[in-house]
Design a protein around this ligand. Structure first.
Ligand SMILES: [Zn+2]
Length: 285
């Protein structure tokens, strides 16, 4: 596991460096770079299920499954990046069928090119959140001021297209807050502070299908199986994290096709779903 993870991380670092050099075109092409798992998140030994002591008394009645207490139900935040796009409507249909609300980290340029999908996101009660206007690393990561200016342009685009002011809620760094263009964990502080002054908090993620990181499919699995295994693996790493935040991209059709399987799995595990405006602090990996 550790060896495999180290290989993944090395590949990620290479991709981070490559991604930083690519100018953004009208189609989002960047690699969303999953951040590394902390060493403590990687299991170093198999936990034992065998109790170390015998129970001191014998239960007097058959155990029954207690009803699920809503107050103990855990919450997961589904986040959807880089749209709206031509397949966003299919994703919205799935969410409507499940009665689940998601957070859409939208690109201003995509809102401009897909206004109907952008309006539907807002009309159906999802959180329309910020993923910058340009998603262009060469523009946004020049400086914190340049980043904020691009975010202001996103906000103006939302007002112009959707007709409401999204205000200052959550945003997501293109490439994640730990990407090399922002200077990683050492360099992101100035960006985070500049966005705080505008009233925004940052949202990274911990669960992922790796749907923007096909190079990670070293076993050459069918794409949907690779996404599924990536989801299961990140879940095994981060299942005890709070908040638990899943990222997919509505620019990747296979991720949308896989979504019902993931939702069924999370529901079976006892999760319910919320939107990121419930969160009040930065979540930075
Ligand atoms: Zn993105």
């Amino acid at each position: 596991m550790i060896k495999r993870f180290a290989a993944l991380f090395l590949a990620l670092a290479c991709f981070a460096a490559l991604g930083a050099c690519k100018p953004h075109e009208s189609i989002p092409v960047e690699v969303e770079i999953p951040t590394d798992a902390p060493a403590s998140a990687v299991p170093t030994e198999v936990p034992t299920e065998v109790p170390t002591e015998a129970p001191t008394e014998v239960p007097t009645e058959e155990p029954t499954d207690p009803p699920l207490n809503p107050s103990t139900k855990r919450r997961v935040y589904l986040t959807v990046d880089d749209g709206p796009w031509e397949h966003t409507g299919e994703l919205l249909d799935i969410l409507a069928a499940y009665g689940i609300k998601a957070t859409f980290f939208t690109i201003g340029r995509s809102i401009k090119s897909h206004p109907a999908e952008a309006k539907r996101i807002a009309e159906e009660g999802h959180l329309l959140a910020c993923h910058t206007m340009s998603h262009d690393f060469n523009i946004i990561y020049k400086s914190p001021e340049a980043f904020v200016k691009d975010v202001d342009e996103w906000r103006a685009q939302v007002i112009a297209t959707v007709g409401y002011d999204a205000g200052a809620y959550v945003y997501r760094f293109p490439g994640g807050s730990n990407n090399s263009s922002v200077g990683g964990r050492a360099g992101r502080g100035a960006y985070v502070e500049a966005m705080h002054e505008k009233g925004y908090i940052a949202m990274d993620w911990n669960l992922a299908t790796n749907d923007k990181w096909l190079a990670g499919n070293t076993e050459h699995l069918p794409v949907s199986e690779y996404f599924w295994q990536s989801y299961l693996e990140t879940y095994s790493w981060y299942k005890d994290k709070d908040p638990l935040i899943l990222i997919i991209h509505d620019t990747v059709p296979e991720s949308i096709e896989l979504l019902p399987r993931i939702l069924d799995d999370l529901i079976a595990k006892g999760f319910d779903f919320g939107t990121c405006d419930e969160l009040t602090e930065d979540y930075l990996m």
